[in-house]
Design a protein around this ligand. Structure first.
Ligand SMILES: Nc1ncnc2c1ncn2[C@@H]1O[C@H](COP(=O)(O)OP(=O)(O)OP(=O)(O)O)[C@@H](O)[C@H]1O
Ligand SMILES: CC(C)(CO)[C@@H](O)C(=O)NCCC(=O)O
Length: 389
């Protein structure tokens, strides 16, 4: 993807000795745990490897649902991938982090520690659950930094997805004309990446290994879901998004025109009447509260969080003199409302100079980067206590 020499050439067959199968990368986030699994299909496996792969196929890649809450995102599967000199498919799996103890129990029941003695993990849960993995299933968690993994994962997937990974929204403000459009991201630097998970991190990326976290906000995907559950009584992210899709946030928010009776136009300042002056600004009045439906409240919650993230992103981009802003994280899953809002807001507030970009594997980059770190580690991690590298 980059004009600069990429930093993952070491994943080719000429790199250091590759680690034993199975190859997993796990990102244990504040809300969701993401798992990327590389399944080789090149028929060069040893007998031991064949057995291991067979067992994993039985439990993992043969299924698309695991228990009540685990899901494999089949539509994101990447075939014909060359990693560490092997050819195979990348599988993408997620489950709520609140189910982690059940996952560990399941791994114990299915004798997973017989298949692997090392698991590479990133995200806050790699630290939080480290002793549980050790005590319950005798598995060493080898920890990698979540933002390093995020950037590595973005670069790998963008470069290697045979279908187009990166896209933008054409005419985002017009429901009839809005159109998802491929974007050529081969020469990406510099760009700002906005990772909207439970909380939000903002990073400037100026080269394959030249990046820094420039800002963050606690008002993120976790806030949207938490507030929506509190205010509407919904139970899941999908339900919250479906409610929002049928809602009208202007019943909840106070717009500029609710204050001015129209646009705010003076000799010095201009604000269109249709933009939000105060999120939830009508909800102090009993009669307005009675008129607002659950759908309206869900839409207002989604709009509030999205606009706030968009506004911080724009400020970071201005300060850092960057024009391309890449939004990732599972908050954007099945959430075209927020993507279009972000796309419209970035364009509108920057007078067309900034572009909002999105990536198909939105929440999986950390787990992908973690898998790459495992492969890069070669044999080094296996059998060594964590931290001895
Ligand atoms: N099935 C789902 N269940 C719960 N939240 C979901 C789901 N799908 C999308 N989301 C949204 O995605 C957010 C979590 O995103 P993501 O997985 O990228 O972050 P995380 O890694 O859990 O959090 P953090 O990086 O802050 O530790 C949730 O807060 C919610 O807004
Ligand atoms: C704590 C992390 C990095 C965990 O992924 C994320 O949730 C985040 O960036 N939260 C925002 C923290 C802040 O206010 O900067």
């Amino acid at each position: 993807m980059a004009t600069n020499k990429p930093d993952y050439d070491h994943l080719s067959s000429s790199g250091p000795k590759i680690p034993p199968m199975p190859w997993f990368g796990m990102d244990i986030g504040g809300t969701l745990t993401k798992l990327v699994y590389f399944e080789p299909c090149d028929n060069v496996a040893t007998d031991d490897e064949v057995e291991t792969l067979k067992t994993i196929r039985h439990y993992l890649t043969r299924n698309i649902k695991y228990g009540r809450t685990g899901i494999r995102d089949v539509f994101l599967q990447m075939n014909n991938q060359m990693l560490g000199g092997r050819t195979g498919s990348l599988h993408f799996i997620r489950f709520p982090t609140s189910e982690m103890m059940s996952f560990i129990e399941l791994a114990k029941a299915k004798n997973f520690p017989n298949l692997a003695d090392t698991i590479c993990a990133t995200g806050g849960g790699a630290y939080k659950f480290e002793t549980d993995f050790k005590q319950e299933v005798n598995l060493e968690l080898h920890k990698f930094d979540e933002l390093d993994c995020l950037i590595k994962g973005i670069h790998y997937i963008d470069r290697n997805n045979l279908d187009c990974e990166c896209y933008f929204w054409k005419n985002p403000g017009d429901p009839k004309l809005a159109e998802k459009t491929p974007f050529d991201f081969r020469d990406p630097y510099p760009y700002l990446v906005v990772n909207i998970g439970s909380g939000v991190s903002f990073l400037t990326v100026r080269g394959p290994s030249d990046y820094k976290r420039v800002s963050g906000t606690s008002l993120g995907g976790g806030t949207f879901l938490g507030l929506c559950c509190l205010l509407t009584g919904c139970e899941t992210f999908e339900e919250a998004i479906n409610l929002a899709a049928d809602g009208d946030s202007t019943k909840v928010d106070k717009l500029v025109k609710d204050i001015y009776g129209g646009d705010y136009t003076s000799s010095k300042f201009k604000l269109p009447g249709d933009i939000v002056a105060s999120s939830f600004g009508q909800m102090n009045l009993k009669d307005k509260r009675e008129l607002a439906s659950r759908e309206d409240i869900a839409k207002a919650t989604l709009t509030t969080i999205t606009n706030n993230v968009g506004s911080i992103a724009r400020m970071c981009a201005v300060t850092e003199k960057i024009e391309r802003v890449v939004f990732v994280g599972n908050f954007l899953r099945v959430n075209t409302i927020s993507m279009k809002l972000l796309a419209y807001a970035m364009e509108f507030w920057s007078n067309g100079s900034m572009k909002a970009l999105f990536l198909e594997h939105e929440g999986y980059f950390g787990a992908m980067g973690c898998l790459m770190e495992y492969i890069r580690s070669g044999h080094h991690l296996n059998g060594l206590p964590n931290g001895s590298r």
